[in-house]
Design a protein around this ligand. Structure first.
Ligand code: G16
Length: 543
């Protein structure tokens, strides 16, 4: 086997976004595209000579081919060992756990997360650091700079490695260790949660549906929910991972998991339902007749986490991304613990978790997690909910309503305008920014604007500064709207508008969220002249 050094040229646009590099699969399959980016990762982290890395992906189209390329490149660059899941599959949280558990030098995750998969859809690659978390901006910047100056990459000329058989083989000088993707993760979950209590809950007749959306969590959910916890067979829906996720968007929200939402709203609803995304880090929580917003889910989990053995000692602190509703802040206040507000992107939680300042983190984009790994974790969130329900023996709706009565309800919704012309979206944001100083004191749709600002973040641990992380509009009655451009889309720009309104009066807490937020929605559309800029008046997705 010989090592080839292939001459190449920098490829434009290989800048990692909110979570790694995401592009159309065809782009990734183009000449040198994947190879260039992988070599830039290796160069950007100071080489991989003698290092051990984890490699895994969510099984989407091109996962298998990309894995073989990355393995041959790692071998050619001198890596000592690659640990990978059988079939090159690993959910993102399971990859994060393996990186940490095995004391490795980091890992490469092949996923475009909740984006659809297939030859016409999306693929992605990201690097996670030895703490198990997505590389922070300083590292992704180094990787990006390498993509701009790259002149060659190294790759071993060799046959494909058998990734279907568990065990260790050699690829040149490098060991390739193929592990059961579920085993270590399953042990971790058993250590955090009261499996006996959850088993008793299921044994009492409690019913659940978990929609794996034909993505990577199917095998994890079947092993843990059905085998370990005794949920009845058939609890896990769409449990076989498919390269194109069965043609759907593996995004657990009321639009893409509509069938599950319809099920819980119908006459034959289970007690509890949940879904996860392409790579298993997102979650959606539902109860009979109710959808739990990710922001509310974070607040409920923070208020009740002590009921699970892994969190019995209490939480050190909580953190949420800025556009996430402020519901969890009020829980933190009551618990007397710190609450942090970070930019969008799980990578921003890493320092707080490493420093022991936060135990639980969450985002409005269906992400919740804790210090057990350094990624958000869909199945973990589902198990924490199950543990809480097993102890409280209350329904999801009952629990949520009691929570709102105690803490107030934050009506919340995110509106996404997808594939908007990129220049038009930028112009909308720029115009809002430049007109910001003239807006306070003026009223729109009956709401008076009190302040508009741009969110900037100074990391309290390493003091790094991240600017331009979204525009915030504050209204007199305490409502808030946030606007930002997504960093994970692959076509044009996705404009996200997040709206929230706090309702403390229990008698007014059972409205439909869109109705309760109607004035805020209208006010924002007027303020930013949405239709004029985007030619849209209705969002593609409402969560
Ligand atoms: C990623 C990030 C999340 C972020 C989400 C949406 O999630 O890890 O932190 O909230 O994208 O980001 P944006 O609003 O920029 O599109 P995932 O599940 O796609 O890895």
């Amino acid at each position: 086997m010989s090592i080839a050094t292939i001459n190449t040229q920098p490829i434009e646009g290989q800048k990692p976004g909110t979570s790694g590099l995401r592009k159309k699969t065809k782009v990734f399959m183009g000449p040198h595209y994947l190879e260039n980016f992988v070599q830039a990762i290796f160069n950007g982290i100071g080489g991989v000579d003698g290092k051990t890395l984890v490699l895994g992906g969510d099984g989407r189209y091109f996962n298998d081919r990309a894995a073989q390329v990355i393995l041959r490149m790692a071998a050619a660059n001198g890596a000592a060992r690659i640990i990978t899941g059988q079939g090159a599959l690993l959910s993102t949280p399971a990859a994060s756990h393996l990186i940490r558990k095995r004391g490795t030098d980091g890992g490469i995750i092949m996923s475009a997360s909740h984006n659809p998969g297939g030859p016409e859809e999306d693929f992605g690659v990201k690097f996670n650091t030895p703490n198990g978390g997505p590389a922070p901006e300083e590292v992704t910047e180094r990787i990006f700079r390498e993509t701009e100056i790259l002149a060659n990459y190294r790759i071993l000329e060799a046959r494909d490695v058998d990734l279907d058989t568990i065990g260790t083989t050699q690829l040149g000088e490098m060991a390739v260790e193929v592990v059961d993707p579920v085993a270590e993760y399953r042990l971790l979950m058993a250590a955090l949660f009261d499996f006996e209590a959850i088993r008793a809950l299921f044994a009492s007749g409690f019913t659940m549906r978990f929609d794996a959306m034909h993505a990577v969590t199917g095998p994890y959910a079947k092993a843990i929910l059905e085998s370990d916890l005794g949920a009845r067979p058939g609890t896990v829906l769409n449990g076989t991972p498919l390269p194109d996720f069965g043609g759907g968007h593996p995004d657990p929200n009321p639009v893409w998991a509509k069938a599950l939402v319809d099920l819980v709203m119908g006459g034959d609803a289970p007690d509890f339902a949940a879904a996860s995304d392409g790579d298993g880090d997102r979650n959606m929580i539902l109860g009979r007749g109710i959808y739990v917003t990710p922001s509310d889910s974070l607040a409920v989990l923070a208020a009740n986490a002590h009921l699970a053995p892994g969190y019995a000692a209490g939480l050190k602190g909580v953190a949420r991304s800025m556009p996430t509703s402020r519901a969890v802040d009020r829980v933190a206040e009551k618990l007397g613990i710190e609450a942090f507000e970070t930019p969008t992107g799980w990578k921003f939680f890493g320092n707080l978790l490493d420093a022991g300042r936060a135990t639980l983190c969450g985002e409005e984009s269906a992400g919740t997690g804790s210090d057990h790994v350094r990624e958000k974790d869909g199945l973990w969130a589902v198990l924490l909910w199950l543990n809480i329900l097993a102890v409280k023996r209350k329904g999801v709706a009952e629990l949520l309503k009691a929570h709102w009565q105690e803490y107030g309800r934050d009506y919340y919704s995110r509106h996404d305008y997808e594939a908007v012309d990129a220049d038009a979206a930028k112009a909308l944001m720029e115009e809002l920014k430049s007109s910001a100083s003239g807006l306070p004191g003026r009223s729109f749709a009956g709401l008076e604007v009190t302040a508009i600002d741009e969110f900037n973040y100074d990391d309290p641990i390493d003091r790094s500064h991240s600017s331009a992380q979204g525009l915030r509009i504050f209204f007199k009655a305490g409502s808030r709207a946030v606007l930002r451009l997504s960093g994970t889309g692959t076509v044009g720009a996705t404009l996200r508008i997040y709206m929230e309104k706090l309702e403390r009066d229990p008698a007014s807490q059972s409205q439909d969220a869109q109705a309760a937020l109607a004035d805020v929605i209208k006010a924002v559309q007027e303020i930013v002249k949405l239709k004029a800029h985007t030619e849209r008046s209705e969002p593609d997705v409402k969560t």
